[in-house]
Design a protein around this ligand. Sequence first.
Ligand code: PLP
Length: 422
Amino acid sequence: MNTFAPLAAARPSSVFVPAFDAEAARRDFPILATPVIHGRAFLDSAASAQKPMQVIDAVRRCYEAEYANIHRGVYELSALATKNFEVARDKVRTFLNARESSEIIFVRGGTEGVNLVAYAYGDKFIGEGDEIILTYLEHHSNIVPWQLLAERVGAKIRPVPIDDAGELIMEEYERLLGPRTKLVAVTHASNALGTLPPVKQMIEMAHAQGAVVLIDGAQGAPHLKVDVQDLDCDFYVFSGHKVYGPSGIGVLYGKKAHLLAMPPWQGGGDMIETVSFEKTTFAPPPNKFEAGTPHISGATGLAAAIDYVTGLGLENIAAHEHSLLEEATARMRQIPGVRIYGEAKNKAAILSFMIDGAHPHDVGTIFDHHGVAVRAGHHCAQPVMERYGIPGTVRASFALYNTRHDVNLLIEAVDKVKEIFK
Ligand code: PLP
């Protein structure tokens, strides 16, 4: 029996103009109505965001009606799948305001994007005695690939320190930049503290020294309007699963001149022009960097996620998240024994804190018993923790579907911990 039933047309995003309506947005996320999270506060979207029906529908439609391997097929279904994949690429181009869709490379996620640049760009253009500037705010995925590169080629890592508020010390950045600096890799938003470094200024300063800049947008793309041309960054990476899209798909943006100059980093099908045992020639970017069958449904899902967030308006989402951050921060500040980490002037909607006498892991577990899902630990950003001399923090991160009710639950959960540890 043919069980195939065509899906209804893609669901339009709810309309939120003029004020952002988080309650309406919540209805787009079926998981928020399931028993495991209903009535509870999901405050861990910085780790991975939940998926709206629009994304789930798009992935389902891909497998139900539009799936075949891409680029290779001569039949209609493959042509349709290829078209969808390339439409998704162009959607990402618009999302980042890149000049050309050939500057958009699909990868598994932000981590893979950084590794790609470290191998393909780093091994060719960075050598013995050269310097790579990172910051104390970086996630391990924007540290370790550079350390591995430094070991391979004999380069040095120079980290920019932060002050007590979690701001980069720009005088130190200026001091570290020099003729030996070949690359600067900095986060668009810190996942541990929320700090938004002045990336545009940092890019300008690096370019003045002839260095290229990679921006880790894993926490930037979900919350900030990204314009890679305005930033003038050389590379930008982000992960689909943090912008309400599927996991296993992410993006590396690279300026065309760099992508043309870089060798491939993985070999296989789809990245070649011709192959013979004597000589293989490579396809132009982006295919040169996309060996093998890609995450076809992931690209479709990511395109739907981009439609979803741009439909709501990234500025509206950011303003909503910010108002929750401000309220939660103000209320936390009034609770004796709570210490907030990360008080930068410009912040993404991330609230990191400790409660006197309680280990972050215990706090996370007690919070869970009181209906609040947060992350506890070092958040894959151990240099930040080392800077403050702490094992980790409790991190509440806000997304478009969070509400004041979630803030209330968070504050109540802090009170419970304080009762237990008093
Ligand atoms: N960079 C930052 C700032 C992050 O927060 C994360 C994930 O938490 C990553 C990079 C790595 O992202 P992924 O695990 O999706 O590759």
